[in-house]
Design a protein around this ligand. Structure first.
Ligand SMILES: Nc1ncnc2c1ncn2[C@@H]1O[C@H](COP(=O)(O)OP(=O)(O)OP(=O)(O)O)[C@@H](O)[C@H]1O
Ligand SMILES: [Mg+2]
Length: 471
């Protein structure tokens, strides 16, 4: 959105627009250190007007702009400052608070440089501070805000190759380093994190690497003059560190370390992954149990004399096998939904193995995709598919005929559709006598899923099952 807006207003090149986008992905640090709202202005290609293309509120202070400012033209009295910063390429700070709509604000304008050219102007706007009563934390924050502003103006901020994703906040814990990597100041939250890591002594004046915490990314960041991430682990406590070198006239003058205790996050990730493994394990056991039941039935079937009873057990074995296949697929996948195409292919394999006399039909192909389906849909659909395939293989090609059977899957916003077709003899004009279970099962299951099915017989048979995809 930012890039589209900027491209509409200006004639900035793609890398320049990317620079602005990168700036806006990490400028929260600057807003928080400055206790200020930030506005990003770009200059219109057609006129002398500057327009706000992005806005950010601080977490450390109240915003002056509860309303959305994006798209607004620069207002008086900001105009001359923004213009001058853009034209002259240096930071313009207002000495005394200026009045905006009758409210006094403190404001400065920072040119945003990319490869030597000024591409935009960033303003910092906050409530005036009563300077004689500034606390130490405020002074450190404001002081470092100046350093980061200078980096924006020199083209060193946003840092090159800053990792994607949200930045930790300075409020999570901040350590300020001198150019040798020694701590000059630590915020209360940073100290608490260090305490939890077992560091009880005073850290000011010491290097983070000398605290016995193991290797930190500090020396790498300062040596390479680039942003570096790292993680410190002490028992159950995990603290994520982001180290940003502070540069002035291309020289490292120090660094900022944002330290965030991520122990709980990591703990939660662990719990989730254990849960995932447990669920997979349960599916695996259910599958095994179903297969055991199937083999028991098969054994029993062998001892029976009646052909009808034998056939009934054989069919039950197949139905149970279809359900087992769904659990097998779920046991291999950490999510609670299963890719139904995969289940379908396995069912084709299973039914085909048991039924196809070789040479009668060509290989049964599964085409299309039904996407991921939850177990409560995948299971009945799997059983349905097995019944329909079985019918096609059993009834469509009598007397040594040959032909093709296929399965088509599709999905739209509302429905999952499964078509099983064959080019066999088609349905008999009159339903055959006797206790038929197959299509009965198909009907019951599709109705249970809130769906419907349709059989058409026209030079072959085609059964389409449709079930709502948002079950
Ligand atoms: N693809 C098909 N081609 C030709 N006839 C079919 C096809 N599918 C079903 N039929 C006919 O429809 C009848 C009913 O099918 P249904 O699945 O309900 O019972 P069945 O297959 O005979 O028995 P069961 O499924 O219980 O073993 C079948 O007996 C068969 O005559
Ligand atoms: Mg049948």
């Amino acid at each position: 959105m930012l890039s589209e807006r900027v491209q509409r207003i200006t004639r900035l090149s793609e890398p320049e627009v990317d620079h602005l986008r990168a700036l806006c992905s990490c400028w929260q640090v600057l807003a928080d250190l400055s206790f200020s709202d930030l506005m990003l202005y770009v200059k219109s290609a057609r006129s002398e007007v500057f327009e706000i293309c992005a806005q950010l509120r601080p977490f450390t202070s109240q915003t002056l702009y509860p309303q959305d400012m994006v798209g607004t033209r620069v207002s008086q009295p900001g105009q001359p400052m923004v213009e001058r910063a853009f034209r002259e390429g240096s930071v313009w700070a207002q000495k005394d608070p200026v009045l905006m709509d009758g409210v006094p604000i403190r404001m400065d304008a920072v040119p945003v440089r990319y490869r030597g050219a000024i591409v935009a102007v960033l303003t910092r706007e906050g409530s005036p501070r009563i300077s004689r009563r500034l606390g130490r934390l405020e002074r450190v924050y404001l002081d470092n805000a100046e350093r980061v502003s200078t980096m924006v103006c020199d083209g060193h901020f946003p840092p090159a190759e800053s990792p994607p994703g949200e930045w930790p906040r300075v409020g999570d814990g901040l350590l300020v380093l001198d150019k040798g990597g020694r701590v000059t100041w630590a915020s209360p939250n940073a100290l608490s994190s260090l305490h939890r890591m077992g560091v009880m002594e005073n850290v000011v004046g010491r290097g983070l690497d000398d605290l016995g915490l193991g290797e930190t990314p500090v020396s790498r960041a300062l040596a390479l003059r680039s942003l570096q991430d790292g993680e410190l682990v002490h028992g159950d406590v995990v603290v994520a560190l982001r180290v940003m070198p502070l540069l002035e006239s291309d020289k490292v003058t120090g660094g900022l370390v944002i330290a965030k205790d991520v122990s709980e996050l990591r703990q939660r990730e662990r719990v989730i992954s254990v849960k995932d493994a447990t669920i997979r394990e349960i599916h695996h056991r259910v599958k095994n149990n179903l297969q055991t039941i199937a083999s028991l039935l098969r054994l029993q079937g062998r001892r029976l004399q009646s052909e009808e009873a034998k056939a009934a057990l054989e069919e039950s074995v197949l139905r149970i096998g279809s359900i087992a296949l769904v659990h097998e697929t779920l046991s291999e996948n950490p999510s609670d939904a299963t890719e139904f195409g995969e289940v379908a292919r396995r069912i084709v394999h299973m039914v085909g193995d048991g039924l196809v006399s070789p040479g009668r039909t060509s290989e049964i192909k599964v085409t299309g995709s039904a996407g991921p389906l939850s177990a409560d849909l995948a299971t009945p659909l799997a059983v349905t598919l097995a019944e329909l395939l079985q019918n096609a293989l059993e009834h469509a090609f009598p007397d040594g005929r040959t032909g093709t059977v296929g399965v088509e899957l599709s999905r739209d916003h509302h429905y999952v559709a499964m078509v099983v077709w064959d080019d066999g003899i088609g349905l008999p004009p009159k339903p055959p006598e006797g206790a038929r279970l197959g299509l009965q099962i198909v009907r019951t299951l599709t109705e249970d899923m809130g769906g419907s099915f349709e059989i058409t017989s026209n030079g072959g048979t085609r059964v389409e099952v449709r079930i709502p995809s948002t079950h």
